[in-house]
Design a protein around this ligand. Structure first.
Ligand SMILES: [Zn+2]
Length: 109
């Protein structure tokens, strides 16, 4: 592995771990396919059976943040939705910010 490949993988892993915080959302299309959408609306289909994604990064490098991060994103999104359903406040009490603003702030860090 070259230094550049190692750097690229580290970068992909870092971004994969924070898809939810960065405003990504996930929808299951079928048992083996799901759609990961950024907060700007760019959507890519991830095939969890074959372990592939339709994004440019996957095409160029054979891996991507969507493929590495979808499971964590799905889990986090589910926990977030359950918390909202259970009546959790949608604002950060300390800062008076909405969840969306918190996510944008997390993205800017
Ligand atoms: Zn991808």
């Amino acid at each position: 592995m070259t230094i550049n490949t190692a750097r690229l993988l580290a970068n992909i892993n870092t971004r994969a771990a924070r898809l939810f915080e960065d405003g990504y959302s996930i929808v299951r299309k079928s048992e083996d396919t799901l759609i990961v959408t950024s907060n700007e609306g760019t959507a890519y289909e991830v095939d969890t059976f074959w372990g592939s994604c339709e994004c440019p990064c996957y095409k160029n490098h054979g891996t991507c943040k969507h493929l590495i991060g979808w499971e964590n994103l799905e889990e986090t999104q589910k926990a977030y939705e359950e918390a909202l359903l259970a009546g959790a406040p949608t604002e950060d009490e300390e800062f008076g910010r909405t969840w969306y603003e918190c996510r944008v702030a997390a993205r800017a860090r």
